[in-house]
Ligand binder design. Sequence first.
Ligand SMILES: *Cc1c(COP(=O)(O)O)cnc(C)c1O
Length: 240
Amino acid sequence: MSTIAKNIAKVATRIREAAQAAGRDPDSVGLLAVSKTQSAQAIREAHSAGLNDFGENYLQEALEKQADLADLALTWHFIGPIQSNKTKAIAEHFDWVHSVDRLKIAQRLSDQRPAELPPLNICLQVNVSLESSKSGCAPQEVAELVRAIAILPNLRLRGLMAIPEPTNDTAEQHAAFARVRQLQQELDAELDTLSMGMSQDLEAAIAEGATWVRIGTALFGARAYPSHTAKTAPTHDQRK
Ligand SMILES: *Cc1c(COP(=O)(O)O)cnc(C)c1O
């Protein structure tokens, strides 16, 4: 068994145990493999070991790997910060976008989604750790943004996404994820997705209702950033 296959088995066990502990069906939690900085070959291995959903943060890097992997039926998720000039390629080459945090980006994605493709699945990213992170809309903006995004024709708004400030304090992890779930429950919209939880905190996220956990390190090992970005790479992957 390859290292990646072993890691997938370990993560699948963590997901199953966390779901069972929360009285949830393990199949209600999707494993999104975060493959940023990983090679196309690593994705191929993960796919052979049973994974179909891959998350990428950097458009150019993602497009290169998608071209390499065009022979596989993969589902691609964009999960990184989005600049306006990237929306066209994202609308054309992805199935999901988890990191929409303003209306202008949602409008462009809807306008630029090719007519022959199904609606683009969208999560609205909300910033529940306001002091530490720049990405995501403010909690008090969520309701209005959801109303505006829900009516865009070529998008399908699925739910909220969050990246709370990393902490080893499990009570804090639970509190942050619970805020996301409560925000979603307060909305007057039919949403079925909560994208939250990473390698360090997937158990707390699943306990609080996550339906996608986005897992990088625990599947692929530590990320080696390209040397030209290493000096400026923040610890929490908020690079533009
Ligand atoms: C990198 C990244 C992840 C994965 O983080 P790990 O700690 O490696 O599991 C999840 N979500 C987003 C948005 C990321 O940028």
